[in-house]
Design a protein around this ligand. Structure first.
Ligand code: SF4
Ligand code: ZN
Length: 420
């Protein structure tokens, strides 16, 4: 017999009413920020004997020992065990953390994987809320919502910076990479269904992601395999199968079935979307995209900025500035939020010519995606070391200097048709 956890043992309220709550800098006690320091959130499938149910451990300083308004590291590993548990379900459970932590009164969460950001308000802190209570919430909610597969659950929260660094780089990132690699063998053509995801409708009520093998959700945390697992775990939940039988336009990746699904799940707010175009009926963006891609008219190309990048782009905008005009669940032709993994996809902006449109990316992002992106460029266009032709902030953040660099390198975008 499984007993649902009824009362979550925390000193503040827990309800979906708090989900959209924003905590401003001035109102926050402490902050955890994966884009600046080492953070991670991870579910680990363990043997029954390895998990002590309801054990919550904090390794490192508590909120009391953190300076008011400071930015800190946090990494939580949620160890689960159960007869029906499968490692395929791990990312699905992880993705719910966003929703669980946001339901805490006075606590805000955004992002995922090693890029989450959490704020604890001064009021929540004054009411007695501490880091360990995040563990209580994760424990209770995982037990409640995943009782079909999770029998025992234990949470270890690291706040010690060195431990967070270790967990992030030695434990979490290898797991994330492995998940991404599993997808590599699947193509959009090789599957019969895509999946919708509406997990972000709490923040962006009309936003729907269409997740395909070659285009993961823009948060970077929901791959086609994850969406499939979500659907298996919860057939009436946020991810629904979308058939792809009635093609409207192969070039931009538009299907009647997909349009119907998007209309339904956006409650009519969205009529038509394409899967492969940034200019024609592009997919909408909520707020949690890993990257934003925007057209750069001088080079006929696109620039991409990732959330961690704090500097200027050749578009004359920083990431937050780009985000403010891209989010909110509306279609913004010329700008699109997407996952990092999408950058090396053969379906990236396929309608506009594909990855050869990419003219600029922050250096760190370029290094992260280089292997896949170079392999894709080699396969599609026969270009070697394509990333060497792409600008970054150490080369230019000014569009004219960028074009000079691209011209020197013979970047293929310069010879393509203008996008607008
Ligand atoms: Fe789902 Fe898209 Fe939100 Fe990711 S960004 S959780 S795929 S709706
Ligand atoms: Zn989102």
């Amino acid at each position: 017999i499984k007993i649902k956890v009824k009362n979550i043992e925390i000193p503040v309220a827990f309800a979906s009413a708090f989900e959209g709550e924003i905590i401003r800098r001035g109102d926050m006690q402490v902050e955890f920020d994966g884009s600046r320091v080492d953070c991670a959130e991870l579910v680990q499938t363990c043997e029954m004997s390895e998990v002590e149910d309801h054990k919550i451990t904090v390794i490192g300083p508590e909120a009391d020992d953190m300076e008011l308004g400071s930015k800190n590291s946090i990494a939580y590993v949620v160890k689960v065990a159960g007869k029906n548990m499968q490692p395929d379900f791990e990312p699905v459970i992880e993705r719910k953390f966003h929703n669980y932590i946001n339901c805490i009164e006075g606590v805000y969460h955004t992002g995922q994987r090693d890029m989450q950001r959490i704020r604890i308000s001064k009021d929540a802190y004054a009411a007695g809320f501490r880091v360990r209570h995040i563990g209580e919430v994760l424990y209770s909610q995982v037990k409640n919502e995943f009782d079909a597969v999770v029998d025992k659950c234990e949470v270890v929260i690291y706040t010690d910076p060195a431990e967070c660094k270790r967990i992030r780089h030695e434990v979490a990132i290898p797991v994330f990479n492995k998940r991404d690699d599993r997808l590599a063998s699947l193509t959009d053509e090789s599957v019969d269904v895509y999946y919708s995801c509406i997990l972000c409708q709490a923040f962006s009520p009309s936003h729907v992601c269409v997740v395909t093998p070659e285009r993961l959700g823009l948060c970077g945390a929901v791959s086609w395999l994850d969406a499939k697992a979500t659907h298996q775990l919860d057939p009436n939940g946020p991810c629904q199968e979308i058939t792809k039988e009635r093609v409207i336009d192969e070039r931009i990746g538009e299907y009647e079935d997909v349009n119907e699904a998007v209309r339904k799940f956006s409650q009519g707010a969205l009529e038509e979307v394409s899967l492969y175009s940034i200019m024609e009926k592009p997919m909408t963006s909520c707020g949690c995209f890993e990257c934003i891609c925007g057209i750069e008219p001088f080079s006929n190309g696109v620039c991409i900025a990732n959330r961690e990048y704090a500097g200027m782009t050749p578009l004359g905008m920083t990431f937050p500035e780009l985000a403010s005009m891209t989010g909110g669940g509306v279609q913004t032709p010329g700008f699109m939020g997407h996952g990092k993994h999408f950058i090396g996809s053969k379906k990236f902006m396929k309608a506009e010519g594909g990855v050869e449109r990419i003219v600029w990316m922050p250096k760190e992002l370029k290094e992260t995606v280089a292997e896949r992106l170079n392999a894709t460029a080699k396969e599609i266009y026969g270009i070697d070391n394509f990333t060497d032709m792409i600008g970054d902030e150490t080369i230019a953040t000014d569009p004219e200097e960028l074009v000079t660099f691209l011209t020197e390198k013979g970047h293929p975008a310069l010879g393509l048709d203008p996008m607008m």
